[in-house]
Design a protein around this ligand. Structure first.
Ligand SMILES: Cc1cc2nc3c(=O)[nH]c(=O)nc-3n(C[C@H](O)[C@H](O)[C@H](O)COP(=O)(O)OP(=O)(O)OC[C@H]3O[C@@H](n4cnc5c(N)ncnc54)[C@H](O)[C@@H]3O)c2cc1C
Length: 341
């Protein structure tokens, strides 16, 4: 058995952002997760409080949490080395009126040309998810395995991952949309049981469509600036509630690609595209569950669409819980879903 200060289950944006914070504070951190399978790795990487607030019709309170997440990114990127890319984001086409009203109500800065159904904002940013996950993994011990069970005894959590065990007095659960693991307390099983999976399909290509984010009815387009598709683009993304299947659906992908061509004002042409799918986990109110749940156990789960945007904020909230401080965002307290809370 190997002993750590913290064990984190899950190597997506939430798990690795939390691991990075703890590692930067000098702790010995183990991250247990199988290789691949994180929704975070297939995401577009938009850090988009403005358009996400407007598109999803969020409340002012929720918009403020997204804004807080965006503000934290600047410092988090500097401290961890994640490359945060500043670029404008556009909306083109139908729905611009409604979005402009939402942007105005939530006090985002934007320009709007009603005659052209066109909005642009400088409030949103972007990162390259695979590169960010790699940077956030630096300095943490990775155990590339699925956690099979957990157990708590004498103030210590032990994780069994099949070929070995690891233990620590505190553990963070950031397993995305996955099911609960044997040995988790009922409180955590109940919280995980409330998470709804939402499949997102996204295409990646070597073609460069734009040097900034373009969004519109039925699709968005974002540039890829790192990794094997550097210089290319992504086209996303579906929102398929209740779907856990990772195989992609050709008809839905084609519809999305046609919407992307329409956004670009281009007739559809044949291009090489790799389609991928990821499963987002969503809480009942669409906002993450982040913080302590008792006995040295903490959760960082269920952001729905904005896991990358909210990763530094969620990591900060988990660390505050670990340190016994007041949670910076009480609205994200996981125990809000606990009937006895
Ligand atoms: C197509 C698509 C596009 C998106 N675009 C954006 C975007 O532009 N901006 C944005 O902010 N968000 C975006 N998102 C949402 C974002 O990706 C998610 O909200 C975020 O990735 C959730 O991170 P997570 O760490 O909670 O979960 P995940 O990234 O899914 O990570 C979960 C981790 O837990 C591991 N795990 C599961 N079970 C176990 C177990 N038993 N033991 C150990 N490990 C386990 C998994 O292997 C994985 O490593 C997008 C999502 C999709 C699908």
């Amino acid at each position: 058995m190997t002993r750590f200060d913290f064990i984190i289950l899950g190597a997506g944006a939430f798990g690795l952002a939390t691991a990075a914070e703890l590692r930067l504070s000098g702790h010995r951190v183990a991250v247990v997760a199988p290789k691949g399978g994180a929704a975070s790795a297939v995401a577009a990487g938009m850090i988009a409080p403005a358009f996400e607030t407007a598109i999803d019709g969020l409340s002012v309170e929720q918009a403020n949490i997204l804004k807080a997440g965006r503000i934290l990114w600047a410092d988090f990127a500097t401290r961890t080395g994640v490359h945060l890319q500043h670029m404008p984001a556009e909306w083109r086409g139908e729905g611009a009126d409604r979005l402009a009203i939402a942007l105005e109500r939530n006090e985002f800065e934007y320009s709007y040309m009603p005659d052209h159904q066109w909005i642009v904002t400088e409030e949103d940013a972007k990162l390259d998810p695979a590169a960010a996950l790699e940077v956030l993994s630096e300095g943490v011990e990775r155990i590339d395995a699925l956690a099979r069970s957990v157990a708590f005894k004498d103030g210590v959590w032990t994780v069994d991952y099949g070929t070995g065990t690891a233990s620590a007095p505190q553990m963070v659960i950031s397993t995305g949309a996955a099911a609960a693991i044997e040995g988790m307390p009922e409180t955590v099983k109940n919280l995980i049981g409330k998470i709804v999976p939402i499949r997102g399909q996204i295409g990646i290509t070597h073609e460069r469509f734009s040097d900034h984010v373009i969004r519109g009815p039925g699709a968005y387009i974002a540039p890829v600036n790192a990794g094997p598709y550097e210089g290319g683009s992504v086209v996303g993304a579906t929102m398929e509630e209740g779907v856990r299947e990772l195989a992609t659906d050709a008809a839905l992908c084609e519809r999305m690609m046609n919407a992307a061509w329409a956004l670009l004002g281009h007739e559809p042409v044949e291009i090489e595209m790799e389609w991928r799918a990821g499963i987002r986990g969503a809480s009942p109110d669409g906002m993450p569950m982040a913080g302590p749940v008792g006995d040295g156990l903490h959760v960082a789960l269920a952001p729905r669409r904005n896991g990358w945007l909210l990763a530094p904020l969620v990591a900060g909230q988990v660390v505050a819980g670990i340190e016994g401080l007041t949670l910076p965002e009480p609205a994200l307290d996981p125990l809000r879903f606990n009937p006895s809370h």
